[in-house]
Design a protein around this ligand. Structure first.
Ligand code: OAD
Length: 266
């Protein structure tokens, strides 16, 4: 079966020493976690105005905490899929590899990716809005009794460690993401609609700085017209094939094959 990606992408990845990847909700869709903007997605069923901004939280902390507790349970029950696993494998093949994610589900880490740059936080962490102390599972248990969860030290409300609408991205994470995009030789944008900035600007920044940019998506995203290659397909199916092809291509081009018979390849 013809692969959905080009030989150019495979060869560039096999040669690259610096690779950056941006992922969005689409990579976790095959783990059963709903995306935001697809039919049946999170923002079709719930309103961001009521749930994902600080005003909504202060107005009704119990509702917002309850919604995140529900999402946390879904994430805990989910398992990483072959797409997450393929990216963890690719990381082990590339000397300078940065995985940047907009996802808050921690599935990349559970698949074995290291040093993941989380642009929008992680819903498995929560903290006190007053003293910033990280919350424990016991601190969150108050919710079960029908009252908002509060910090045992100072009584402040506990919020999930995610970026809400109107909030800034964590500065260190965004700087690391921009730096990785600037130095990448290949940049992959995977499972994101690429409509939420500044994250959506990273593939374009990488391209401006000379990277070969490819996106992997079920359907072309908002930036599809600005990238070098659009790979249409499910991340969980495309990425394992891509990594397998890169591994095969790397074997063909490693210096070891060039020193056979004691002669170096020209
Ligand atoms: P979206 O829901 O906007 O987009 C999901 C993308 O994944 C779409 O382009 C789908 O076509 C694609 N997709 C779905 N299933 C796929 C699959 N199996 N394989 C490949 N692609 C697939 O999600 P994001 O782009 O991640 O922000 O959304 C960006 C941000 O908007 C989120 O981080 C969140 C949201 O508001 C915050 O919460 C701050």
């Amino acid at each position: 079966m013809t692969p959905p990606f080009s030989d150019i992408l495979v060869r560039r990845l096999a040669r690259a020493r610096r690779v950056a990847v941006l992922t969005g909700a689409g990579i976790s869709a095959e783990s059963g976690i709903a995306t935001f903007r697809d039919p049946g997605g999170i923002w079709e069923k719930f309103s961001p105005e009521e749930l994902a901004n600080v005003r909504a939280f202060l107005r009704n902390p119990e509702l917002v905490q309850g919604w995140y507790a529900h999402r946390r349970r879904l994430v805990e029950q989910a398992v990483p899929n072959p797409g997450h696993e393929a990216l963890a494998a690719l990381e082990r093949m590339v000397p300078d590899f940065t995985l940047i994610t907009q996802n808050v589900d921690g599935l990349h880490q559970r698949a074995g990716s290291r040093g993941v740059v989380e642009l929008h936080g992680n819903l498995t962490r929560s903290y006190c809005i007053d003293c910033r102390r990280l919350a424990t599972a016991e601190d969150l248990d108050a919710l079960a009794e029908g009252v908002p969860a509060r910090c045992p030290d100072c009584g402040g409300l506990i919020r999930p460690d995610v970026v809400w609408f109107g909030e800034y991205l964590p500065v260190a994470a965004f700087e690391a993401a921009e730096a990785a995009a600037r130095r990448a030789e290949v940049f992959l944008s995977i499972g994101t609609s690429a409509v939420v900035y500044p994250a959506a600007g990273l593939p374009l920044l990488a391209r401006e700085h000379g990277a070969y940019v490819a996106e992997v998506n079920l359907t072309p995203s908002a930036i599809a017209g600005y990238v070098d290659e659009v790979v249409e397909g499910a991340a969980g199916a495309v990425l394992p094939r891509l990594v397998q092809a890169v591994r095969a291509a790397s074997r063909e081009t490693t210096p070891a094959s060039g020193v056979q018979n004691g002669r170096k390849e020209a």
